[in-house]
Design a protein around this ligand. Structure first.
Ligand SMILES: Nc1ncnc2c1ncn2[C@@H]1O[C@H](COP(=O)(O)OP(=O)(O)OP(=O)(O)O)[C@@H](O)[C@H]1O
Length: 270
């Protein structure tokens, strides 16, 4: 699933998060976070519960002001957002078509096309409440597509989706990214899928513990400490013979005898 294409890091980023800290309810939820998102790349935030992942998404989206630091967006950047929770009044009947026409009215054709793209065309006249978890997530993706985003922001898009459906959904996200060229910023807890489908992984635990290509992150001591030594195997099923490693910036570096990259990364933050 991983495409192995070069990251477009030579172009200026679409989004640049610099030295962002956020304090909520007396707690420092984010500390000195830096993050760049380039056009067309998939960036995934991983980290334990309460690590500040959703908070960082909200800062990037401009829904929450950082206590310190800043977020620079390229002029005219549009976001599609699929939040982690979506409160729907269960007593309020609403079809998928009507849901996708809110808050901005959309033509039936646009809605049909977006639903077809996510493989959920058949749901258009169904009640939202009657959808399965996987169908609902696809409808939410269609909702994001209708905004014609430069950056699609997905907060745990795999929730409520069974294992087979999760792989299909990650594949779909990759295909949509290729078809539309948007960047994807997402939060996911599924290390296997993240490690096989992402260009750039950011391991967050209030601060950025480490970041880089999945290969580099899976070898990082802080990643292993957070997710356990077995987490290194998240890459194993997709692993192929490699005569080199990558540092946390994605640069190719020689391997030590124990298989770790030779050069020390400079990306760790305190
Ligand atoms: N509005 C708020 N006021 C006070 N504390 C908040 C607020 N929003 C979030 N927090 C706290 O900030 C911390 C980080 O929350 P956040 O939702 O960003 O974590 P997360 O990494 O997305 O977690 P999860 O994986 O469980 O979804 C948590 O301890 C949460 O309780």
């Amino acid at each position: 699933m991983k495409e192995g294409r070069a990251l477009p890091t030579e172009t200026p980023p679409l989004i640049e998060v610099s030295d962002v800290s956020v304090r909520l309810g007396g707690q420092e939820v984010l500390k000195h976070v830096d993050l760049n998102i380039h056009a067309g790349e998939i960036v995934t935030l991983i980290g334990p519960n309460g690590a500040g992942k959703t908070t960082l998404l909200r800062v990037v989206l401009g829904l929450l002001n950082p206590t310190r630091g800043r977020v620079m967006c390229r002029r005219g950047v549009t976001f599609g957002y699929v939040p982690q929770r979506f409160a729907i009044d269960p007593t309020l009947p609403m079809t998928v078509r009507r849901f996708l026409s809110l808050p901005k009215r959309r033509s039936r054709t646009d809605i049909e096309n977006a639903l077809e793209e996510v493989g959920a065309g058949y749901t258009i006249d169904r009640e939202l409440q009657a959808l399965s978890g996987g169908e609902f997530q696809r409808v939410m993706l269609a909702r994001g597509l209708l905004r014609r985003p430069d950056v699609l922001v997905l907060d745990e898009p795999l929730q409520g989706v069974d294992v087979g459906g999760q792989i299909a959904l990650f594949d779909l996200i990759g295909r949509l990214r290729r078809a539309h060229g948007f960047a994807v910023l997402m939060v996911s807890h599924d290390l296997h899928l993240v490690m096989s489908s992402t260009d750039h992984v950011v391991c967050l635990n209030h601060h950025v513990c480490c970041h880089g290509e999945p290969e580099a992150v899976s070898r990082h001591p802080e990643y292993r400490e957070l997710f356990g030594r077995d987490a290194g195997r998240a890459l194993a099923i997709y692993h192929h013979a490699h005569d080199h490693g990558h540092d946390a910036h994605g640069n190719v570096v020689p391997l030590n005898r124990d298989g770790t990259p030779q050069r020390k990364t400079g990306s760790e933050r305190e």
